[in-house]
Design a protein around this ligand. Structure first.
Ligand code: FE
Length: 255
């Protein structure tokens, strides 16, 4: 009896705290192995409105099948930035579903909607809020769920790592400040969903990365020195991917 009352009280407190008693989120993390890219489907489980984050061209058929199976209606296909390692699937989703595409205005890419700081992508009773997190590229954004329980960080913050800063006008000092000012100011419990992972990790939290990320626990000057000395090879697909992604992967001129 007592425990039932306690759990009911906790449930009520939780719903008051989030103001989300009538909301139910659906989240799917999808993996593309060639470029180790994560695509996210995030949806309002009640209204079935969805946003697809960072789809990949090669896995667009899989994503379309899942969207059909789950009976989701895509409100936005959004890219966190102009990718250099894969061609985005946002153009393919747009062609198949007539859903609009979105990317930051600072990216220099074409899309149906060019996003600015503080703008929202709404889906049902939820919204993703845009936080500019430049440094990997000048147009990188982090998409934060409106209750700040989840952040989709693209290639700004990775799990125990971060995006490279040695091409596409990258800047390590800018990236360091973006992560500290725009991501590490979120609640410690906020889940971090990155754009890639190369070690098999799937999700982290702000608190975990603040304590354990080997790059972001450095001072700004140390971080810049480490990033400038990485000596990474050029992405194999870069010369194909960047021009295609500046058009959001859309191959016809009507878009
Ligand atoms: Fe990238």
């Amino acid at each position: 009896m007592f425990s039932r009352h306690v759990s009911r009280a906790v449930a009520i407190a939780r719903s008051v705290a989030t103001g989300a008693a009538d909301r139910k989120l659906l989240l799917r993390q999808l993996f593309e192995p060639a470029s180790c890219t994560y695509t996210y489907v995030i949806a309002d489980a009640r209204s079935r409105d969805a946003v697809v984050i960072d789809p990949v061209l090669e896995t667009a058929p899989r994503d379309l099948r899942l969207l059909r199976e789950l009976r989701l209606r895509v409100r936005w296909a959004v890219n966190t930035h102009v990718h250099a390692d894969h061609v985005t699937g946002s153009g393919a989703l747009r062609l198949a579903l007539s859903c609009p595409t979105a990317i930051s205005g600072a990216s220099g890419a074409r899309a149906d909607r060019l996003l600015g700081e503080g703008e929202e992508l709404r889906f049902g009773a939820f919204a993703l809020q845009v936080r500019p997190t430049p440094g990997h590229t000048p147009g990188c954004i982090t998409l934060v769920l409106d209750d700040q329980s989840a952040a989709f960080t693209g290639d700004a913050l990775l799990i125990r790592g971060c995006g490279r800063t040695d091409f596409q006008q990258g800047c390590p000092r800018t990236l360091y400040r973006s992560i500290h000012e725009q991501i590490f100011t979120l609640p410690e419990s906020c889940h971090i969903y990155p754009g890639h992972d190369y070690c098999g990790h799937t999700v982290s939290t702000v608190g975990e990365e603040k304590r354990l990320n080997p790059r972001l626990t450095l001072s700004e000057d140390e971080f810049v020195r480490v990033m400038d000395g990485l000596g990474l090879p050029r992405p194999k697909l870069m010369d194909v991917a960047v021009p295609a992604n500046l058009r959001c992967g859309i191959q016809d001129d009507a878009a």
